[in-house]
Structures are given as structure tokens and as C-alpha cells.
Ligand binder design. Structure first.
Ligand code: C2E
Ligand code: MG
Ligand code: MG
Length: 888
């Protein structure tokens, strides 16, 4: 708008200056026109003056001439001749004086006479009867001097008419001013205003300059824009006045046009803007929806857009949305992976740590926090070096370097981590170094190996110690002895080995059970430890056997130590209301005197211990070489047994078992004999313990059982219906699969199981009571009978006897043999008979050597018996013969 206003103002100015110029030109043309009229009149007057030479005489001719010229020139004014004083000399065109005798007239005539030059007057008001005039004065010369002044009066109305002839636009004013600013002519209101002075403002302006413009209020009350031009020829001023209104009109019109145009344009613009606005708004709405959808990550249906930029923006937003969707999907996938990783990491039972190259902990899972005792935030503010104290940054860096340059992760390695509470625990570390977003990170999985370490320690400890007493075990003792024999530091002068065996320990187990036995062993171990503290190595060699290995082979020391030990063991052991009295037999061997190897020394000490036992127990014996002879004997028996098993050197003898009531044999006990033809002859009481100690009891027992069964089947077939009793060693019975062996034995031999009796000692059964009972039940289920052999010698726990699945009790021969002489033995026999009866067990008395014994037993109701009184054990044919004699 400002631009348009400025433009209009400029236009107005130009229009106005153009109009001014045009008006000036118009005024000039009026001026020229007026000048031409007046100058023509002057020239006419001059021409008249030139013919006035003959005056005053030829006045008439002059008049004619003047009339002629005047009409030829069509000059409308009146002409007259004036004398120097201004008085009329003669009128040339009429009878009267055309000009009144005013001072202006007189001055004009005087000037003509004085200058001899023509003169144009100002408006002469009241000079003529017809109204204001102006006069053209020219000198008439005669005789070289001015004789008259010829004046032609031009009526001002003539000038006004001429001005009207110019056909100016309506409302325009054309006027002429004389040199004094009096109105000479006017195209409007001439009658009333010609002869009157123009407005002062105009006059002043006209006096100031010859060409110019002025705005003023005209005499007829119009506000005009006035242009004036003064003629240099006449000094008169031509004026054109344009009503201000008319000048402003085009401008106003233009303004109005512009206003309308602007209004129209504005309206059109408004419409367009409205349309565009609504299009933009719709587009924006769509874009907003799109942006909203984009912001919420949802998909937005494509809607039409109307604005190019909006379309471009929409396209860009769609691209952005697609990009966001893609990123979103990627992010979601990453998040899923991360959550998965986090889920598994957090629920892992393993500790997990993530470290950077400076050792800073960047991640720690729940397990790591729990195990180390830190809150997660605390761990994340820590470094590895706060947990793994000995680890230096250089070490960590080197692990990073190794991992970076190797395609395989390093093998697990072990460290020690410290918890918040200061406790430490060993860890096995699996480390993997990976590059993540340009950064190298180490994934550390420290596995707590405390339990493994403890287990290893426990295994190591168990391998070297006795679980019951905590003492060193046989293996450790052997190793210790080996190293002592190597004569390392402290063993330069040799040493000693004490073999300690508890006397009468077995009955403790049998009577009080293994729990008590174990507690007794622990107590004894503690006492031994107290005696031997700091002196060599104390070990439990097995069962009730202990070993002490001491440095310095001085004899006195081990003997003194043995006495101390014997005294310590002799003190009764009290366990609640149970009191156990034990003793120890100690065998001592010295090295290097008694042997250079561990086994030789142990054997020597063992021999010495056995000797101590044989010489009444609760004593100590130093090994002597004679003891070695016993060992030699044992070895030879061992050898003979092996040979006999391998080369059919064993035989079975059968001792009849007689029904005491009928006196008839109803069974036989199979007793093994070593018949290898070598001297000395050894009986089962000697070789069975050796076979048990050297592992030959199993093949020996198996052979005896098979042979006995074979014999029974043979007798059965021969019509001799005998029950055969087989002795079963405790070692044999305790071996796994014993029941299956019996089952197989019966099946393979084809014998009637009811004809088989297994004789077991109390020791064999009581050792592991629960398991023994189960095995016995299994065997009895086959139909086989069980007899408890040597009853009365094993300090049986009478309370557990009732729970045993037994058929017979065999009262030990030692009681029966002493029956006649020993009152106590009789008492025992009586008690056992009563017991067997109450338990509904068949009682068999062994060792009946006399008829008196037979009588005593039969009288008291003992059912069966065996002994030399009936028969010694006999080979099978001998038994058959004996039986034959019996029946005969
Ligand atoms: P046992 O089972 O108590 O056998 C009875 C022992 O007493 C036999 O000794 C027998 O000859 C002996 N005897 C029988 N009647 C009398 C008598 O009136 N007076 C005397 N003084 N002794 C009599 P033997 O044959 O020397 O056997 C000794 C032990 O050897 C047996 O005692 C048994 O425990 C064991 N034994 C024998 N044969 C075998 C066998 O095949 N296997 C197993 N494991 N042990 C056997
Ligand atoms: Mg027996
Ligand atoms: Mg016996």
C-alpha cells in the first residue's frame, strides 16, 4: 500500500507538472494571441501614423485612410489623435473622444511625445463609454517630430471574447492582467471583474516572476491552480486558472480506481488466500496427522496433499516414517536381543561381568552382585582391580592383547576374587574379548570353584586320611615311610615304626554296635594323637590298627612311646552309660635294622605286634628275627594253599551230626583238609585264617561248597539222605553276590536245598547286621538252613539274636569239652539251651567227647550233637562206613 501510495503521489506530481507545462504552453499561446492582436493594432496605428504627415491639413483624408485601414485590419476599436497635452485633436472613427482624459491617458500621450515610441497602456477604467479599454499609442510625426499621438482604444471585452474563443475546458479560467495587475480580460464574469485588480496573492506572484504558478482564490470565489506567463513584448500577463477540483479529480479517480483495484485484488487475494489457506490447512492437517502418527510410531494412511511444499514435506515425512519404522524394527530387534541377553544373564547361575580395557566394570549380573555382596550400582563404579586384587592393569592389558590377536578365546584361568565383606573365593575365569561399537570389551564369566576346591581338598584329604578318626591313612603312612626310608632331612639316623593293634576291640563292635565301635576308635585315636603329638606320623592302618612312624632309630624312644600308648589306651573309655575297657598290643620295628622297605618294616612291626598279643596282650614287643620265621611259615602255608586249590590238593572230611534223642546221624559237617602230602600237616584252624588274610578264602570256600553239594547229591542218589553243613567264612559271606552264589550252587548241583545248612559265625553276621539279615532271608527263602557256629565265643548281642533269621545254634565246643569240669561252662550251656528253646532254634552241641557230656546234653533237651564221642571228621567213604556200622 505504501508503494502504491508512493506511486500515486509520484504520478500526481508528474501529472501536475505535465499539466503545469501544458497550461503554461496554453497561457503562452493566449499570450501570443493577445500580443498578436495588440501588436497588430499597434502596427495598424503605426501605419496610420505614417500617413499622418500631412496633418493637420489633410485630416479628412487621414480620416478616410484611417477608416480604410481600420476596416481592412478589422480593428474593432476607436481611433483618435491627441495633442501633446493629451487633449483630443481629432477622432478618426467617430465623433467622440474614445478615451477619457485620465491621468493615465495623459501620461501615455506625454510618454509617446517624449520617446517618439509606441506605448501600450494598462487597462483604462472609465476611459470609454463601452467599458474598460486599453489603448495603443503611436507617435504621428510631421517634419521630423512628433506632432500627434495616435491612439486606438481596444475594448477589454474584445480581449475577453478572444479568451473565450480559446475553448478552454469547462470551469477553466483564462484572464489577462495588465502590468499593474488589473484584469484586462476574462473568459468568465468579464463584465463585472475586468478593470478590477486581481487578487493580491496573484499580483504579488506575477510581479515576482514572469512565468509561474500559484494557487489562490479567484475573484469569483473559485480555488484555482493558476498558471501565468508575462509577455516580454507587452508586459501583460496571460493567466489560466484550473479549478483545483479538476486537478484533483484525475488523481482522485486514479485513487478510486486504484482503491477499487486494490480492493478487488485484495478480495481476489483474500479469496485465493482463503482457498490456499484451506488447502494449506488441509495439507497441514494431513501433515499434522502424519506427524502425529510419526510421533506415535504408527502407520498413517496416505491422504491427498494440495500444496507442493506440503507434498514434498509429506514425502519427506513418509521417508522419515519409513526410516523410523526401519530404525524401530532394528531397535526392537536390538532390544529383543538385549532383553534376551539380559534375561539369560540375570537368570544365569553363573556370574557375568563386562570390563573395558581400563578394567572398569561396565556390567554385572544379579549372580555377580549376590556372590560378591555388592549392589549393582556399587559394582558399576568399581574396577576389576577392586575384586581381583593381585591383577595389575598391565596383566589385563596383556589378556586383551592376546585375545585381540588370537581367533580363539584364552583357556580358562584361575584367580581369587574378594567380596565386599572381605571374604575371598577362588574363581575359574572364561574370558572373551569382543569389539563392540569400536570399543574392545571383555566378557568375563567367573565360575565360583570354591566347592570344587573344597571337593578337591576333601578328596585329597580323604585319599590321605582316615575318615573316621581324621588321622593319616595307610596310603599316607606308606608314602611317609617311603620318604623316611629315603633318609631325607631328619631321618639321617633312621627311625622306627610302631604297629598298634587294639586288643578285644572286635567284641566292642559286636556287643555295642558299630556306632559305639566308631566312637571308641575316635576316642582312642584322640588319645594316641595326644601321646604322639609332634612326634612323627600317626596313622590308622585299618580296623583297630594304628601306625606311628618316628624319626631317629634309637631303641629307647619307641619303646617308651609304646608304653605311653599302652597306658593311654588302657584307661577305660566312657561313652554315656557304656564303659569299654581296651588294651593295645604294640609291635616295633626299626630301620634300617629291621628292613629297608616299607613293606618289610610294616611286616616286621606286625610280627612283633602278633608276638605281643601272643604273649598276653597289652604289651609291646620289639621285632626280632625269630618272628620272621612265623612269617615264613605263613608264607609257605599260603603257597601250599594256592597249590592245593590249583592242583586238587584239598579234601573234605565229614563229621557226623547225631540226633541225641535217637542216636542216629541225620547230618554231617563238611570240614576242609589240606592233603598236599607236605609237612607239616596244617589243619583248617591254621590255614583258614591264612586263606582269609591272603585272599584265598574265596576259591577255597567255593570249592568246599561245590564239593560238599556234589557229595550230598551222590549220597542222596545212593539212598543216604544226609543234611550237609558247610562252613562259610565271614569274608565269603560279606562279599557281594553271596546269596546268588548259593542259588547257583543249588541249581548247578541239583541238590535239595533243604539238605543244606550254612554255618556262619556271629562275627560274620554282626559286622553289618542289616545287610546280613537281608542276605540270610534271601538264602532261607531258597529252603537252605542257617546255623550260628561257635555260639558263645563271640559275645553275642543277645538282643539282636531274636531278629536273626536262624534255624540252629551250634554251641561252641570249648564249653562242651569243659562241661564235666567247669561249672561256668555248664551254666553257659544251660542258658544257651534255654535261649534256643525260647527262640525256637535247634541246638547243636559241638565237641561231645564223652558219654557224660552226651548224657548231660541229651537230658537237658539238646537236639543234636557232634564230637569225637561219635566220630572224628572222616573222608566220605569213611563216613559211609561209619553210617553203615551205626545202622547195622
Ligand atoms: P568248626 O566249624 O567249629 O568245626 C568243628 C571243629 O571241631 C573241627 O575242627 C572238628 O574236627 C573239631 N571237633 C569236632 N568234634 C570235636 C571234639 O569232640 N573234640 C575236639 N577237640 N574237636 C572236635 P577242624 O576240622 O580242625 O576245623 C576247625 C575249624 O576250621 C572249623 O571249626 C571251622 O571253623 C573251620 N573250617 C573247617 N573246614 C572249613 C571249611 O570248609 N570252610 C571254612 N570256612 N572253615 C572251615
Ligand atoms: Mg562249623
Ligand atoms: Mg564250630
Amino acid at each position: 500500500m505504501i508503494g502504491i501510495a508512493f506511486f500515486i503521489a509520484l504520478e500526481y506530481r508528474e501529472e501536475r507538472s505535465r499539466q503545469t507545462e501544458d497550461t503554461i504552453k496554453m497561457a503562452q499561446s493566449i499570450m501570443v494571441h493577445t500580443d498578436a492582436h495588440l501588436l497588430r493594432t499597434r502596427d495598424l496605428a503605426r501605419a496610420l501614423a505614417e500617413v499622418g504627415d500631412g496633418l493637420p491639413g489633410q485630416l479628412a483624408a487621414f480620416r478616410r485612410q484611417a477608416a480604410h485601414l481600420m476596416s481592412a485590419a478589422a480593428a474593432g476599436g476607436a481611433a483618435a489623435l491627441y495633442q501633446a497635452d493629451g487633449s483630443l485633436f481629432a477622432s478618426l472613427t467617430g465623433s467622440g473622444d474614445p478615451l477619457a482624459k485620465t491621468s493615465a491617458h495623459a501620461a501615455a500621450v506625454a510618454q509617446v511625445f517624449a520617446t517618439g515610441q509606441p506605448f501600450l497602456s494598462n487597462v483604462l477604467a472609465g476611459a470609454g463609454a463601452a467599458g474598460p479599454v486599453l489603448a495603443v499609442y503611436v507617435p504621428v510625426t510631421g517634419g521630423g517630430k512628433t506632432t500627434y499621438a495616435l491612439a486606438i482604444a481596444v475594448p477589454a471585452s474584445q480581449l475577453s471574447a478572444q479568451l473565450s474563443d480559446h475553448k478552454l475546458p469547462d470551469g477553466w479560467l483564462a484572464s489577462l492582467l495588465d502590468r499593474q495587475g488589473v484584469i484586462m480580460g476574462r473568459n468568465r464574469n468579464a463584465a463585472s471583474l475586468v478593470g478590477k485588480p486581481a487578487r493580491a496573492t496573484l499580483r504579488e506572484e506575477v510581479a515576482r516572476q514572469s512565468v509561474g504558478t500559484v494557487e489562490h482564490l479567484t475573484q469569483d470565489g473559485m480555488r484555482n491552480f493558476t498558471v501565468f506567463v508575462r509577455s516580454p513584448e507587452t508586459g501583460y500577463t496571460s493567466i489560466i486558472g484550473i479549478p483545483r477540483q479538476q486537478i484533483l479529480m484525475p488523481l482522485l479517480q486514479k485513487l478510486a480506481f486504484l482503491g477499487i483495484l486494490v480492493t478487488l485484488l485484495f478480495a481476489a487475494g483474500l479469496l485465493l488466500a482463503r482457498r490456499m489457506g484451506s488447502s494449506i490447512a488441509r495439507s497441514f492437517h494431513v501433515l499434522i496427522e502424519q506427524a502425529y502418527a510419526l510421533g506415535h510410531g504408527g502407520a498413517q494412511a496416505r491422504k491427498p496433499l494440495h500444496v507442493l511444499e506440503a507434498v514434498q514435506l509429506g514425502g519427506a515425512m513418509e521417508q522419515a516414517a519409513e526410516l523410523l519404522r526401519q530404525r524401530d524394527a532394528d531397535l526392537r530387534a536390538q532390544q529383543d536381543e538385549l532383553q534376551q541377553f539380559k534375561f539369560f544373564s540375570e537368570h544365569s547361575n553363573e556370574m557375568l561381568l563386562l570390563l573395558d580395557e581400563r578394567g572398569a566394570i561396565r556390567y554385572a549380573n544379579r549372580m555377580a552382585c549376590e556372590r560378591l555382596g555388592y549392589r549393582n550400582g556399587e559394582l558399576l563404579a568399581m574396577t576389576l582391580f577392586d575384586l581381583d586384587l593381585p591383577t595389575a592393569p598391565e596383566l589385563l592389558r596383556s589378556v586383551f592383547d592376546i585375545c585381540r590377536h588370537s581367533p580363539h578365546p584364552p583357556p580358562p584361568f584361575e584367580r581369587v576374587y574378594r567380596c565386599k565383606n572381605g571374604s575371598e573365593f577362588p574363581v575359574e575365569i572364561s574370558a572373551t574379548v569382543l569389539q563392540h561399537r569400536g570399543e574392545w570389551l571383555m566378557h568375563v564369566a567367573p565360575r565360583d570353584i570354591s566347592e570344587r576346591r573344597q571337593a578337591e581338598q576333601a578328596v585329597r584329604w580323604a585319599a590321605a586320611h582316615d575318615a573316621l578318626t581324621g588321622l593319616a591313612n595307610r596310603t599316607q603312612a606308606l608314602a611317609f615311610l617311603e620318604s623316611a626310608l629315603a633318609r631325607g632331612p631328619g631321618w639321617e639316623t633312621g627311625g622306627s615304626l610302631l604297629f598298634i593293634d587294639l586288643d578285644r576291640f572286635k567284641p566292642v563292635n559286636d556287643i555295642h554296635g558299630h556306632d559305639v565301635g566308631d566312637r571308641v576308635l575316635r576316642e582312642i585315636a584322640a588319645r594316641l594323637q595326644a601321646c604322639t603329638a609332634g612326634r612323627g606320623l600317626l596313622a590308622r592302618a585299618g580296623g583297630d590298627e594304628f601306625m606311628l612312624i618316628m624319626g631317629d632309630g634309637n631303641v629307647r624312644d619307641p619303646v617308651r612311646m609304646a608304653d605311653t600308648i599302652i597306658r593311654a589306651v588302657a584307661a577305660p573309655v566312657s561313652l554315656g552309660n557304656i564303659e569299654v575297657a581296651l588294651s593295645a598290643s604294640v609291635g616295633i620295628s626299626l630301620f634300617p635294622q629291621h628292613g629297608e622297605t616299607a613293606s618289610a618294616l610294616i611286616h616286621a612291626a606286625d610280627m612283633a605286634m602278633l608276638a605281643a598279643k601272643q604273649s598276653g596282650r597289652a604289651g609291646a614287643r620289639l621285632y626280632s628275627h625269630e618272628m620272621g620265621e612265623q612269617a615264613q611259615f605263613t608264607l609257605s602255608v599260603q603257597h601250599r594253599l594256592q597249590q592245593a586249590i590249583d592242583h586238587d590238593g584239598l579234601r573234605l572230611h565229614y563229621q557226623p551230626i547225631v540226633n541225641l534223642a535217637t542216636g542216629l546221624m541225620d547230618g554231617a559237617e563238611a570240614l576242609v583238609r589240606l592233603e598236599d602230602g607236605l609237612a607239616p600237616q596244617v589243619g583248617p584252624a591254621t590255614f583258614i585264617p591264612i586263606a582269609e588274610s591272603c585272599g584265598l578264602i574265596a576259591p577255597l570256600g567255593a570249592w568246599a561248597a561245590q564239593e560238599a553239594c556234589r557229595q550230598q547229591v551222590a549220597w542222596e542218589a545212593a539212598g543216604l539222605a544226609l543234611t550237609v553243613s558247610i562252613n562259610v567264612s565271614a569274608i565269603q559271606f560279606r562279599r557281594a553276590g553271596f546269596a546268588a552264589f548259593i542259588r547257583e550252587l543249588i541249581a548247578s548241583s541239583g541238590m535239595n536245598p533243604r539238605r543244606l545248612v550254612l554255618e556262619l559265625t556271629e562275627t560274620a553276621i554282626m559286622e553289618n547286621l542289616a545287610e546280613s539279615v537281608a542276605v540270610l532271608h534271601e538264602i532261607r527263602a531258597l529252603g537252605v538252613k542257617i546255623a550260628l557256629d561257635d555260639f558263645g565265643t563271640g559275645y553275642s548281642s543277645l538282643s539282636s539274636l531274636s531278629t536273626l533269621p536262624l534255624d540252629k545254634l551250634k554251641i561252641d565246643q570249648s564249653f562242651v569239652r569243659r562241661l564235666e569240669t567247669d561249672h561256668a561252662s555248664r551254666a553257659v550251656i544251660d542258658a544257651v539251651i534255654a535261649l534256643a528253646r525260647s527262640l525256637d532254634l535247634e541246638l547243636v552241641a559241638e565237641g561231645i567227647e564223652t558219654a557224660a557230656a552226651l548224657h548231660y546234653l541229651r537230658e537237658r533237651g539238646c537236639q543234636s550233637g557232634q564230637g569225637y564221642h561219635f566220630s572224628r571228621p572222616l573222608p566220605a567213604p569213611g563216613l559211609e562206613a561209619w553210617y553203615g556200622r551205626q545202622c547195622a
